[in-house]
Design a protein around this ligand. Structure first.
Ligand SMILES: Cc1ncc(COP(=O)(O)O)c(C=O)c1O
Length: 382
């Protein structure tokens, strides 16, 4: 049997990884500014995270969600503390798409409505309604096509308000990435996020913050959406979805649920969601984030990276927050990513057509940032 070839592959094999480095079978090392698509939050093979998982493996690795699992509650408490959303509850699942799928269901159960608002260039996953709320028709199979989703322009308060005047009463949810990832690193403005909050409050719709790529501390806030609030006047979503950085590579995802949602036994469920190994991995991530004050480091090192990038000629439209930064390449420099990989052995991310996405681990060092900046300076000049 062969693999079903659905991925565009770099011709590179990776067999080992440590911190911000990954290694091929010959021992050649690569610097990782891609994080396996924003997944590596605390560095490859982090020792605290590894110990958490191996200790758990020695105790019990799996049982179904039909018994009490204290480690799930431990994770919920820790997540509440680190994210600041202490009064929310947690539903655990396995992937980003599944988290969004469950968020849509909760919104629809809660409002008894069907209509979803998403935004141009949004990416929310590849399952049923998540893919329908993804603004890329090439990914939507005929069976997933639905007129229940409307795409509005991103960061356009007037268009949002006009839509809600007409359709607010039918709208179950608005879903938005705090920073669009696949769409090319576009930050939702504070004014726009506040307008979504207001529109949802007036109409009874549910505000879903997709924090799958831009969450878990990557922006310097736990959820990038939180930048729309101030200490005295927070701008909270009703549901937050998370995955990627949550497990540092161990598959785990979750939905944070505002107290106004009424749980009912059986309304959501999953076989693997919340298994003890996934909880151990997610706890390991949060422990490292807390101990090493990673959100503070993200803010400091994100600024350092930003300032360095801003000085390099030829990197256009620098944008993003914290350690989720992007820039465009002029047509004549569009091979920059390939050159970084081939000549300097540095992985970066991309967004079509010519955007470079930087998504390193949250504990990337200044020396590693300098290594990237120096390579970028040389490649941009030649
Ligand atoms: C913002 C966002 N939402 C949802 C997803 C889907 O996550 P998963 O691939 O874990 O299903 C992604 C994946 O790239 C994403 O970037």
């Amino acid at each position: 049997m062969e693999l079903f070839p659905v991925y565009a592959l770099n011709d590179i094999t990776i067999v080992r990884a440590s911190g911000a480095r990954v290694f091929d079978p010959e021992g050649t090392q690569y610097l990782d500014f891609y994080g396996g698509h924003a997944v590596i939050s605390i560095g490859h093979g982090n020792p605290v995270w590894k110990k958490r998982i191996t200790d758990q493996l020695e105790k019990i690795s799996f049982y179904s969600n039909s018994i009490h699992m204290p480690i799930q509650r431990e994770l919920a408490h820790k997540l509440g503390k680190v994210s600041g959303k202490t009064d929310y509850s947690l539903f655990l699942c396995n992937s980003g798409a599944e988290a969004n799928e469950n968020a849509f269901k909760l919104a629809s159960f809660h409002t008894n409505r069907k209509k979803i608002v998403a935004f141009k260039k949004a990416f929310h996953g590849r399952t049923s309604l998540a893919v329908s709320a993804t603004d890329n028709p090439a990914l939507v199979a005929p069976v997933n096509a639905t007129d229940n989703v409307t795409f509005l322009p991103f960061n356009d308060v007037e268009a949002l308000d006009t839509y809600f005047l007409k359709h607010g009463a039918d709208t179950a949810a608005v879903i938005i990435e705090g920073i669009q990832g696949v769409g090319g690193i576009h930050v939702a403005t504070a004014a726009f996020l506040r307008a979504i909050r207001t529109a949802c409050d007036r109409s009874g719709a549910v505000y879903i913050a997709d924090g799958i790529q831009c969450g878990h501390g990557r922006s310097g806030h736990f959820f990038s959406h939180d930048h729309a609030g101030t200490p005295g006047a927070p701008c909270n979503a009703d549901l937050y979805t998370m995955a990627k950085g949550m497990g540092n590579g161990f598959p785990v995802a979750g939905v944070l649920i505002h107290p106004k949602f009424q749980p009912k036994v059986g309304m959501l469920g999953t076989t693997f969601g919340g298994n003890p190994l996934a909880c151990a991995a997610a706890l390991g991530v949060l422990e490292v984030m807390e101990q090493d004050q990673l959100m503070v480091r993200v803010r400091e090192n994100g600024k350092y990276l930003w300032d360095g990038l801003a000085k390099i000629p030829g990197l256009l439209n620098l944008r993003g927050m914290g350690l989720m930064l992007g820039f465009d390449l002029p047509e004549e420099r569009k091979d920059l990513r390939t050159r970084l990989l081939r000549e300097y052995r540095i992985f970066t991310g991309e967004a079509k057509p010519n955007t470079v996405r930087l998504l390193p681990a949250l504990n990337i060092t200044r020396a590693e940032i300098d290594e990237l900046l120096s390579a970028l300076r040389t490649v941009s000049a030649s």
